[in-house]
Write a protein that binds this ligand. Structure first.
Ligand code: SF4
Ligand code: SF4
Length: 365
């Protein structure tokens, strides 16, 4: 056994006659009146349920869960993960929805014990049309109070004000939206659908991809994005050095009439059946020996998601072309053909005809 050193013996003797070096850990939960930042606690009145504290909590100790059936949002702090940094209090939009108390974080035997969680429940407002969460009722009121008179520009806020005065029954589900549905609590997406349906008398299936459908005074204009949603975004490509024979084989295998020619990620041209018919045999060439670059059409006219079917049609007619690659942020994302464009223009006309028929037979209120 190793014998203690003189210094160690001296320290052991000294410790018998001096007070302890550390302070006592409290045996029971206690608060300290000094400037100590302890466990955070919610104030159910001051918290409006915005969820900002969830976003800023660096340790992920705060969780948010929305129960759309019960229309309740629960925000809860897991004390086992909380590092008492104070960010939640610092960034709380009301300044007092959650406050770091001076309560100590005590060691516990079971981290799942109820005292290891702090929670608050807030009433949720959900869309009466689709059930999407709009926000907590108190949060909407908080926003409304800050907007002042400007809040009355929005039906949701008008209904919220009415609800403060009297009970407002939620709207009953209907087979289709009607004009009066503009005055119900709805999310931005459903409100847009309701307004459009009211304005243009359209079936919802038609207005579904609203964010990419151009609405004009004359009705709906379908865009390239609508076309691609319908036909898919798969594009078959080849390279300018590939042989025409191989490219034709790809076209036959995939059942397409054109390939986009891509070199090093950039569109170099377009190869169609028409190019083959006009530029190979008639020029004394053979497809197994001819590279694609010799017969491809270049340069290529491209379109974007928001280009309308009518604009595609005009471009194709003017330039005598039958295919338009779709490019977004320098990336090839699709290919539309004259057939796709014609189909879309016919759909647009059908919508206009339905619209006029409704107008003539007096379906408009
Ligand atoms: S004190 Fe810090 S770690 Fe604890 S809940 Fe608030 S933000 Fe999260
Ligand atoms: S009001 Fe404050 S405590 Fe309540 S959810 Fe928003 S940020 Fe969190």
């Amino acid at each position: 056994m190793r014998l203690p050193k003189i210094r160690e013996l001296r320290e052991a003797l000294t410790s018998f006659f001096t007070p302890p070096y550390t302070t006592k850990f409290p045996a029971v939960p206690d608060t300290w009146s000094g400037s100590y930042r302890g466990l955070p606690k919610y104030d159910g009145e001051a918290c409006v349920g915005c969820g900002a504290c969830v976003q800023v909590c660096p340790s992920g100790a705060i969780e948010q869960s929305d129960d759309r059936e019960r229309k309740v949002r629960t925000l809860s702090v897991d004390y086992g993960s909380c590092i008492q940094c104070g960010q939640c209090q610092e960034h709380c939009i009301t300044g007092k929805g959650i406050v770091n108390t001076t309560a100590y974080s005590l060691a516990v035997a079971d981290v799942r014990a109820p005292e290891m969680r702090e929670a608050v429940e807030k009433e949720l407002t959900v869309c009466e049309a689709c059930g999407a969460v709009i926000g907590c009722r108190d949060h909407l009121r908080w926003v409304m109070d800050r907007l002042g008179a400007r809040a009355y520009a929005h039906p949701n806020f008008i209904l919220l004000t009415q609800a403060r005065l009297t009970d407002v029954a939620p709207a009953r589900p209907k087979s289709r939206f009607r004009r009066e549905d503009q005055m119900m609590v709805v999310c931005a997406k459903c409100r847009q659908k309701i307004v459009t349906a009211d304005e243009f008398r359209l079936d919802h299936a038609v207005v579904k991809p609203l964010e990419i459908t151009k609405i004009t005074e004359g009705g709906v204009m379908l865009t390239v994005k609508n076309i691609l949603e319908d036909k898919g975004v798969t594009v078959w490509t080849t390279t300018s050095e590939a042989k025409v024979f191989d490219a034709l084989k790809t076209m036959a295998d995939k059942g397409v009439g054109a390939l986009v020619v891509v070199d090093k990620g950039k569109i170099a041209g377009l190869l169609s059946e028409r190019d083959y018919a006009r530029k190979v045999v008639l020029h004394g060439k053979t497809s197994p020996k001819t590279p694609v670059r010799e017969i491809m059409t270049s340069p290529v006219f491209c379109v974007k998601f928001m280009t309308t079917a009518q604009e595609c049609m005009a471009l194709m007619t003017e330039k005598h072309i039958r295919h338009l690659p779709v490019v977004e942020e320098d990336k090839l994302v699709g290919l539309v053909s004259i057939g796709d464009v014609v189909k879309s223009v016919i759909s647009e006309h059908q919508i206009t005809i339905n619209h006029l028929q409704d107008y003539i037979v007096g379906k408009y209120l």
